[in-house]
Design a protein. Structure first.
Lengths: 256, 184
């Protein structure tokens, strides 16, 4: 069993839901791979910590009592006062909302790729220590990823303007492995995610082009995300920098 | 509503109330405020009664109710921009107050178990959990606090099982990172 496969089976193994053969294979892998063993230890530790130490809140007697009093088909006391007022408010605000909606286009729900890429970015920026992979030298970084990914991607630029490649790591979301490269500009971090495109829609957003490749820009939860596709791969660049500051890097990578 | 319907509904309501703790726990970890959480639970409970005929007997009632709580929360706070809630635990709810950072550190040996400092550890995990983005915090609560299997969690979150596992994996990693930050 290799690392990516081991990672996929962690959760099932934790819950003892892994078949006997796969469980033995995973155990064997953990004995020889200190990286995965460390990751697994974290999973075990945190699961136990939440199970045993985190606060599991309980409903107050007052809440239980009001639930018991609530009967179907009868408006509970605590609602009676509000219902007419709320109904009036609703009618008024609905009317206003409809009017407002007719004036401006409704925002689209964020694409899953954008959501996951931003989640990963948040996770990476929470971490205080240096990133974990083959150093900042692009050939080394690409070499580190070889064998861990089921796709190949071009050599990314080591630097662009004030951006410097500082490292990367392997991530996993949308049911596939994701190569994550990290750039730094001063105090700002930028994460480039590279993943297989299969089954994922490129988000709609304002776009520009870099030598014929359209780049789509969206913001999500305050972060700038630039997405583009090349061949059968998707690239997503996430940062807290504004779009104008980030797009030179996107252009440079898209053209590399 | 016929007498039969009333009785059936009341019986269903009684079963639902037995899960009040689970519902309140999820609501509070999502909403971050006890008053809002109670509101959410009451709203979800009423919806559950109203749609009790849609519940399939033999399936997990707690999971079905938790899904209503989660959907109620999403509907209510769909437009809320910030999803990172401020830490939930300010008071100590009857626990002993924690030792100061220096005192705690003296007693901690490396990464060993912190049995003697249970209240400190609990507060740190609570704080770390509260800081987790919702996408990670909710699956971890459903899995590790409520003991739900991945299939049920996937049903509650309306996402594939693989996504649940991936969120658990990354969520726990981030949790560990956050806990490290609480060193002295």
């Amino acid at each position: 069993m290799e690392c990516p496969e081991a990672l996929e089976h962690f959760q099932d193994f934790l819950d003892e839901e892994l078949g006997k053969d796969e469980a033995s294979a995973l155990e064997a892998h953990l004995r020889i791979c200190s990286g995965c063993a460390a990751e697994f230890h974290i999973q075990q530790e945190m699961r136990q910590a939440v199970r045993e130490k985190a606060t599991r809140h309980t409903a107050s007697p007052h809440l239980r009592a009001s639930l018991r009093q609530a009967e179907p088909g009868r408006v509970p006391g605590w609602l009676k006062w509000w219902v007419p007022a709320v109904a009036l408010l609703l009618v008024l605000s609905l009317g206003t909302a409809l009017y407002m909606a007719s004036l401006s286009p409704r925002p689209l729900a964020p694409s899953p790729l954008v959501v996951e890429a931003v989640n990963d970015y948040i996770r990476l920026t929470q971490r205080g220590r240096p990133e974990d992979v083959g150093g900042p030298d692009p050939p080394q970084v690409v070499k580190w990823f070889r064998g861990k990914l089921d796709f190949a991607f071009n050599l990314p630029p080591a630097e662009e303007g004030e951006f410097r490649l500082v490292g990367g790591e392997l991530s996993y979301y949308l049911d596939r492995k994701v190569a994550c490269l990290l750039y730094r500009k001063g105090p700002h971090l930028v994460a480039l995610s590279v993943l297989r495109r299969e089954g994922i829609d490129v988000p709609k957003g304002s776009s520009m082009t870099a030598s014929g490749t359209p780049l789509y820009m969206v913001t999500h939860r305050g972060f700038t995300v630039i997405v583009w596709q090349r061949n059968d791969l998707l690239y997503a660049l996430v940062s807290d920098l504004a779009a104008q500051e980030l797009s030179p890097l996107a252009t440079s990578i898209a053209q590399s | 509503m016929s007498l039969y319907e009333q009785e059936r509904s009341r019986a269903f309501g009684q079963r639902a109330v037995t899960h009040a703790d689970a519902l309140y726990n999820l609501a509070l970890w999502m909403a971050g405020d006890p008053v809002e959480a109670e509101d959410l639970v009451q709203e979800a409970y009423l919806k559950a009664l109203r749609f009790s005929h849609q519940f399939q007997e033999g399936t997990n009632l707690k999971a079905w109710l938790l899904k209503i709580v989660k959907n109620s929360y999403i509907n209510r706070y769909r437009k809320r921009r910030s999803e990172l809630l401020t830490p939930l635990v300010e008071g100590w709810e009857g626990e002993e107050p924690p030792h100061g950072p220096a005192g705690a550190y003296d007693l901690i040996q490396g990464d060993g178990e912190l049995g003697a400092l249970r209240s400190v550890v609990r507060s740190e995990i609570d704080k770390a959990l509260a800081k987790l983005p919702e996408e990670f915090r909710i699956p971890i609560i459903l899995s590790d606090m409520e003991g739900l299997p991945y299939g049920e969690i996937a049903e509650i979150l309306a996402c594939p099982k693989g996504t649940v596992k991936s969120r658990l994996f990354r969520g726990r990693k981030l949790l560990k990172e956050l806990l490290k930050d609480y060193g002295p």
